[in-house]
Design a protein around this ligand. Structure first.
Ligand code: AMP
Ligand code: GLY
Length: 430
């Protein structure tokens, strides 16, 4: 099988690492990839927006299966393009088409879908830019915290949570009135504020049945103790101690199955990964968001625990041959720590030389994210630069291995959050 992965981050690095080990693999290409991924396959200068180049490339390299890492190409119809193009339609495409990708591409679509199918989620109201005054009246009608969400894709920045009503009114002006997130905030979803620890559940589905992958939780805030601004993710742990079988049973019954059956009932095909962002509230698990892809950095913790051939699973999904079951998983704990640029998630420099990345670290894997080669020197090239995943028979051991690895790699101003693996948000024990 010849495989093409679209993407260039830590998530795609973990995919390339995993697929690179498949006995079914002939050639692996990553577009555009990064210097670390060159160890697993061939990085190619191919832009997912360049449709003609994609057609030529896929024919020339006889691509059999395509996997899309990030959401944007899916929301903008890359899957539809493959399905509809006479020279590409035979290629297995892992990722939903644009209609189903609205589960992530439009919060309003996702909320209405959950409401139609009785899937537990925060209560909400949705307002367009023409309904700014109504949105303000709504906010004035209850006590905060106020959860305001831009409807469309906003690069992970579109959710604003405010305690103060005056701040919330100002934010509505900015989102709806002044198009703070461009067209993405021409509609805003205002949600009931939920509380509880968060976790991520991943499935690979053919639209009818699904494979349950290991769960994970990520660490979104930049600072220790869940403080500071939100980031793309500073680390992850898998498994998640509080996701006990009873919780998972409810997630299957009330969330995963109704989602897949809902898509089927509405005649919306889906082949690919679904990432359920969940909160364990006092009333049980509820959906915070859907993503139509795997998580980053969760993938870097989830895939090293997988005890099956990922490429074989993807081919089964593409052929519609999935049988609902949990996949085989290693019992070890995986802890992923992300090394970020100084200043991230704000402005940060690029091009800082990286040292120590060539050294192996026992029981830990290295995944490149924002790196580049400049005159043969590995340098920083993004906010999240590298991810290391420590594996251990306990969380403590996995944490120790991840930090031992993270500490032997250096660049000027390197930021590492030191409490990855700690579980936050659980109610205090009585
Ligand atoms: P999202 O971009 O939808 O993942 O939201 C970002 C973060 O905002 C989530 O990870 C939660 O921590 C928080 N959040 C989103 N929706 C809610 C909600 N209804 N109640 C409380 N927190 C929320
Ligand atoms: N780690 C959260 C995400 O990938 O959206």
């Amino acid at each position: 099988m010849n495989v093409l992965i679209f993407g260039s981050g830590g998530r795609e690095s973990a995919f390339a690492w995993s697929i690179g080990q498949s006995s079914l693999l002939s050639n692996l290409f990553i577009a555009p990839g990064n210097p670390g991924m060159a160890a697993f396959g061939t990085c190619v200068d191919l832009d997912w927006r360049d449709r003609d180049a994609i057609v030529h490339f896929c024919i020339r390299e006889d691509i059999h299966i395509v996997l899309v890492g990030p959401e944007e190409p899916l929301v903008l119809g890359l899957g539809d393009f493959f399905a509809e193009h006479p020279n590409l339609a035979h290629i297995h495409f892992i990722g939903p088409q644009a209609e189903a990708a609205q589960l992530e591409g439009s919060k309003d679509f996702a909320k209405a879908f959950m409401q139609r199918h009785g899937i537990p989620t925060a209560g909400y109201r949705s307002f367009t830019k023409n309904e700014l005054e109504a949105a303000k009246m709504y906010v004035l009608s209850y006590d905060g915290p106020y959860v305001l969400k831009a409807d469309g894709l906003a690069g992970g920045k579109g959710v604003v949570i405010l305690d103060d009503v005056v701040e919330a009114l100002k934010e509505l002006d900015s989102m709806l009135g002044e198009a703070k997130f461009g067209p993405a905030s021409s509609r805003v979803v205002i949600e009931e504020h939920l509380t509880g620890p968060e976790f991520s559940v991943f499935v690979l589905t053919d639209g009818e049945n699904y494979l349950l992958l290991p769960q994970a939780t990520d660490y979104k805030r930049v600072g220790e103790g869940q403080t500071g601004p939100n980031t793309g993710g500073m680390g992850a742990i898998s498994p998640v101690p509080f996701v006990i079988p009873e919780v998972l049973g409810v997630v299957h019954r009330e969330i995963i199955r109704p989602t897949i059956e809902g898509l089927q009932a509405e005649g919306i095909p889906y082949c690919g990964f679904i990432f359920f962002g969940l909160m364990l509230t006092p009333e049980g698990p509820k959906v915070i968001e859907y993503n139509v892809r795997m998580g980053d950095p969760e993938t870097e913790a989830v895939l090293p625990r997988l005890d099956e051939d990922l490429l074989a699973l993807m081919i089964d999904a593409a052929r519609g041959h999935v049988n609902t079951r949990p996949v085989a998983v290693k019992s070890e704990t995986a802890v992923t720590v992300v090394l970020t640029s100084p200043g991230y998630p704000g402005n940060y420099p690029k091009g800082l030389p990286i040292v120590g990345s060539e050294l192996a670290s026992e029981g830990s894997l290295l995944f490149h994210s924002g790196t580049a080669l400049r005159d043969g020197q590995l340098v920083t090239d993004g906010g999240r630069v590298l991810a290391v995943t420590g594996m251990g028979s306990s969380a403590e051991e996995a944490i120790a291995k991840a930090y031992a690895h993270a500490d032997q790699i250096n660049f000027e101003g390197k930021q590492v959050r030191r409490d990855i693996g700690t579980i936050y948000g659980l109610p205090a024990k009585k």
